[in-house]
Design a protein around this ligand. Sequence first.
Ligand SMILES: [Zn+2]
Ligand SMILES: [Zn+2]
Length: 101
Amino acid sequence: MNIVQLVRPEPAASHAAGECVCAQCKHEWVGMAPLGVTQLECPECHTHRGAFKYPFGPQEGDESFTCRCGSETFFIMRKPGHANGTVCCRGCGVEATGWFE
Ligand SMILES: [Zn+2]
Ligand SMILES: [Zn+2]
């Protein structure tokens, strides 16, 4: 039985950082904001229409997991009667195991 561990033993992040883009003027910059903040002030036009491009996706230096089929999107689900949840690829439906080998 493989158990996919999604939580890493690190202190909880309090800030999100990454590439941002402004919906108003299309300015792009690298910004940081407390977690939960989704409307960022654009340094160019000073509206609050900026947003993280990839809110919680992998940043540079992070590992990300990709299915053999190329999909990076997974469902986490638990079938009726099963004690444990499974992580299944959204692209091909195969259960994702062995990510941490
Ligand atoms: Zn702007
Ligand atoms: Zn797949």
